[in-house]
Design a protein around this ligand. Sequence first.
Ligand code: 8YV
Length: 316
Amino acid sequence: MKVVVTEPEYKKALSVFQNTEEFQCVPAPSDEVGLAARIRETDAKFAVVGVNKYSRELYDAIPTGGVIVRFGVGHDGVDKTLAKSKGILCCNTPGVLDDSVAECAVGLMLVSARHLGACSAANKAGVWNPCMGAELAQKTLAVIGCGHIGRKVAKIAKYGLGMKTVGFDMAEPKDASEFDEFTFDFNHAVKNADVVSLHIPGNPATRDFINQDRLKMMKRSVILVNTARGSILDEDALFDALQSGSIAGAALDVFKTEPYAPQDPEKDLRALAGIVMTPHIGSSTVDACERMARAALRNIALATQGRINEMHLVTE
Ligand code: 8YV
């Protein structure tokens, strides 16, 4: 049975995709037209895809009864309604990447607080500048979105770094034990925070959730970390906040447009000193990617066995 896998994801877990006995995995372009063409050429019923947006051709190319698996957890790039109308199942691979994304978020906090990236770049360029940073122990972390990843970040910050943790979400979290405090009030969550880390999903309701007004609720010394989705942050408002000094720093792993391109050419985040920008690598560890690949293929195997209820289906 053939499974088409978008190239970046195929490369991230080569050993799993190349060594499965159950399936023949075929790498494919990530762009929708190229992906659809590869599905037709190979007569595949199943596709494993990355974070690109898929809105049309993919759903015409996959036959009824086929499966689209997101290699990852966020499924904002997949049109579940369109898939359903064509009899295609959609699923993702939750739970297996939480440690990697949480470690990345905590790493970005430290890189930002201690200017590690800038110091390393300066040192390598021959500039010995022991710059001053901020300690995180005893400081307050606001975790925006208390799902699996947000809670893991809180756990590392609280028990590893000795930070005070405040959780914010729109619904009660499954478990709030990693939080010193939990609140439904965003302003309350961020007003005393030294670091704000974003962990809400990207969907129409959360678009630009972090906007000018919400940035204004934060302290001037705050560091904002986003390892969730670019869509949840108004990048132009962030530019203004950083440039005017109304917030101190930001560390972003995800962007509205990936690879990064500024929304407003006059507000290019790359021009600012107080920002760290990584290329969506939260889950890019050998460990997490191999688990995601295995989980993706397991979802497909379950579909072929009619064990639909055991799949990680995503419907909206
Ligand atoms: C990507 C992610 O799926 O899980 C998510 O939502 O954004 C990432 O893990 C991954 O980088 C795609 O290769």
